[in-house]
Design a protein around this ligand. Structure first.
Ligand SMILES: NC(=O)c1ccc[n+]([C@@H]2O[C@H](COP(=O)([O-])OP(=O)(O)OC[C@H]3O[C@@H](n4cnc5c(N)ncnc54)[C@H](O)[C@@H]3O)[C@@H](O)[C@H]2O)c1
Length: 251
């Protein structure tokens, strides 16, 4: 019997990277899992590989109509989620820049997905969960929310700091109605998102050198804490940030 048996979860950005690892682990823990992504073909391929307990949902989280329609479709199909992992995000390497050089369009495209998209996912998750007595929401934060991780991470860092604040506020607002909200803060985790670092030996060595455990994170490193927060074992955990960063932020 898995830790998530009888639960239905929705994971955004689940076509690859951290979201895919979390969705796969949730299926192994007995959950039914909706893999939501704006790349519907990749989400469909990934869901097919996970079997009958997985389902793909095309969803651009920055588009409120698409998010609302996605939740409505899942409710109608009997897949209303008890757990929502608001994980989808972008980092526009090569475009994000020190403030004086940052184009407004790059700022907006980053915040539209990372902040507005996470807010919209949370908004519709809460609306869906309240009539059913609650649920668990998990946000994917970042060490860039609390440290200056890169001179050119202006839009990305601002978006992630805002996510940490969003998580605390939503947790406080709905704690007495059965909804728990927590943020998981991975460090450098090798996924397609950070290929610009992974493919540059000097940049990679510099960032891994700042992780006391001495290696890069893997998507599977992030999945375990998400299982705990999604499960009934996490029943008293809300409003918190959980670091899975090899000691990068704390040591
Ligand atoms: N990889 C890291 O080092 C790292 C570290 C800390 C935090 N994070 C955060 O973890 C989360 C997942 O990152 P990842 O590394 O797995 O990235 P990734 O690029 O490997 O995967 C992100 C997924 O999100 C999807 N996506 C992007 N925009 C979307 C949108 N508007 N609507 C729906 N889906 C969308 C993409 O299609 C992709 O499948 C992000 O929020 C990222 O900021 C990553």
């Amino acid at each position: 019997m898995g830790q998530l048996t009888d639960k239905t979860a929705l994971v955004t950005g689940a076509a690859k990277g951290i979201g895919l690892a979390v969705a796969s682990r949730f299926v192994r823990e007995g959950a039914r899992v909706v893999l939501a992504d704006r790349d519907v073909d990749a989400a469909t391929t990934a869901a097919s590989a996970l079997g009958a307990h997985a389902r793909a949902q095309g969803m651009d989280i920055s588009d409120e109509a698409a998010v609302a329609a996605g939740f409505a479709e899942l409710e109608a199909a009997g897949w209303a989620p008890d757990v929502v992992v608001a994980n989808a995000g972008v980092q526009l390497f090569g475009q994000d820049a020190p403030a004086a050089d940052l184009e407004l369009d790059v700022w907006r495209r980053t915040l539209d997905v990372n902040l507005t998209g996470t807010f919209l996912t949370v908004k519709h998750a809460v609306r869906s969960m309240l009539p059913r007595g609650g649920g668990a929401i998990i946000l994917t934060g970042s060490p860039t929310a609390v440290n200056g991780e890169g001179r050119d991470f202006t839009a990305y860092s601002a978006s992630k700091a805002a996510i940490h604040g969003l998580g605390r506020t939503v947790a406080a607002a709905y704690a007495d109605r059965g909804i728990r909200v927590n943020t998981v803060q991975p460090a450098y985790t090798e996924t397609p998102l950070v290929a610009a670092i992974t493919d540059d030996p000097q940049a990679r060595a510099a960032i891994v050198g700042r992780i006391p455990i001495g290696r890069a994170g893997t998507p599977d490193d992030v999945a375990g804490i998400m299982v705990y927060l999604a499960s009934d074992d996490g029943a008293f955990a809300t409003g918190a940030v959980f670091q899975v960063d090899g000691g990068m932020t704390s040591l």
